[in-house]
Design a protein around this ligand. Structure first.
Ligand code: HEM
Length: 134
């Protein structure tokens, strides 16, 4: 009677806790609205249409947080640092990327603990993507 059924609380992934695919789609869609208007970031994207890039980042983040593994099914091992080597990710690009992510995270209205977890990861991941000396 007082038991918590297995799989209801402790086994829920972060992906599920924050609302699943819809939440990650909202996050990355908002982020790319910022990128589309950004003078530093927009020219870095090789494709005219940002839709496919939006889809790749969405699928990557869903997979990272415990959702479906569609990203790797389609793209293979993430190797994100390697995939960014064709682009010059300097401090200015890093700062712009995080600024648009901050705005996108804020737009979700997550519980503070989830928001902090997501944000800490994005800050760490963005720093690790810098590939210039300055
Ligand atoms: C720090 C600043 C960053 C800049 C300026 C940047 C820029 C870019 C650019 C120009 C692309 C190519 C667009 C495409 O064809 O998909 C890309 C791809 C991608 N980025 Fe970033 N990025 C940054 C950080 C990050 C971070 C922190 C993550 C993960 C949390 C990330 C995840 C991805 C993914 C998953 C792709 C698609 C990789 C693929 O499958 O080809 N990026 N990024």
């Amino acid at each position: 009677m007082n038991e918590i059924p297995r799989g209801t609380l402790e086994q829920q992934t972060f992906f599920e806790s924050v609302g699943g695919e819809e939440t990650f789609r909202r996050l990355v869609h908002r982020f790319y609205e910022g990128v589309a208007e950004d003078p530093v970031l927009r020219p870095m994207y090789p494709e005219e249409d940002l839709g496919p890039a939006e889809e790749r980042l969405t699928l990557f983040l869903m997979q990272y947080w415990g959702g479906p593994r569609t990203y790797s099914d389609e793209r293979g091992h993430p190797r994100l640092r390697m995939r960014h080597t064709p682009f010059r990710v300097d401090r200015a690009a890093h700062d712009a990327w995080l600024r648009h992510m901050r705005d996108a995270v804020d737009s979700l209205g997550l519980a503070p603990e989830h928001e902090r977890q997501l944000w800490d990861y994005l800050v760490y991941a963005a720093a690790s993507m810098i590939n210039t000396a300055e």
